[in-house]
Write a protein of this length. Structure first.
Length: 279
């Protein structure tokens, strides 16, 4: 179910901002009017029952934030303005789960009569679960580094991290024991964008892909992403092997025992119990 169908909504319509965005140099120097509308999906029930603004999203504060953000920066494309503003709203106002954002550019200079052009986007926090593993060098240091790199990103929020577990190697290759864990991540990245970020972190740790199931300084796998099922040349979600691996299910059961596998229909706890019973 799309998040907008089950959450409350606070709307700002027609906020006028004078800013300097555009492809042409004169647009970046003289500036022009932009009109911003945004739907912010959040929970208003607590604030409504308590009559307490601190429990909600202050739309007046948000309006000033949008104005300051758009006047502080200069970009060529309104598509870029929309992307950056949406991420800034989600990162700054932690009660907002999703934004539907529309940016209008009245009288855009295209050499023809035109009342307005606009870009509309919808961006939200997704919940992903990531498996972490290392069996070379400073194993704990590599896992901690990966968690830290994700925490540094504006488009990621690390919500939970499991304990690290020492586990035997998987796949029949003779090698050192692994240190494994799992984390719960809120992210605005799409699945393949998240995969690219994880690969960048692996590369920073000196990961070399030479032997299948071989030793590695750092291994980061997307296990689940919302309830999505993704099958591409680069990526499979849910992770194909997750229900067969105790070193994945045990840390996952620590942070999300209730999370249900979107294809198998069982919770992580049920999958782990089944795996233990059958071995």
């Amino acid at each position: 179910m799309p998040i907008g169908e089950k959450m409350d909504k606070i709307s700002i319509q027609g906020l006028e901002v004078y800013a300097k965005h555009g492809v042409y140099p004169e647009e970046n120097t003289l500036g022009q009017k932009f009109v911003v509308s945004v739907d912010m999906y959040t929970g208003t029930r607590k604030a409504g029952l308590a009559d307490d603004l601190s429990l909600s999203v202050n739309y007046g504060e948000v309006c000033h934030f949008i104005n300051d953000f758009m006047t502080k920066h200069t970009w060529k494309l309104i598509e870029t303005v929309a992307e950056r503003l949406a991420q800034a709203l989600l990162s700054t106002y932690t009660l907002i789960e999703q934004v539907d954002l529309k940016i209008e550019k009245p009288w855009a200079p295209i050499g023809l009569p035109l009342s307005s052009v606009s870009v509309s986007i919808s961006r939200r926090w997704h919940t992903a679960y990531i498996a972490l593993g290392s069996n070379m060098g400073d194993k704990k240091g590599y896992l901690d580094m990966a968690v830290g790199r994700l925490k540094e990103r504006a488009d990621c929020r690390v919500e939970k991290v499991s304990d690290y577990l020492v586990t035997a190697p998987y796949g029949g290759v003779e090698q050192d024991d692994f240190l494994n864990g799992a984390l719960e991540l809120k992210t605005t990245l799409e699945p393949e964008e998240l995969l690219d970020v994880l690969h960048e972190i692996e590369q920073e740790a000196g990961r070399v892909r030479e032997i299948h199931w071989g030793p590695r300084t750092l291994d980061l796998d997307i296990l689940l992403y919302d309830d999505a099922v993704v099958d591409t040349e680069r990526l499979h979600i849910p992770h194909i092997e997750m229900h067969k691996r105790d070193f994945v299910l045990k840390p996952m059961a620590q942070i999300a025992p209730w999370k249900r596998h979107p294809l198998l229909g069982k919770t992580v706890e049920e999958l782990y119990d089944n795996l233990i019973r059958n071995h």
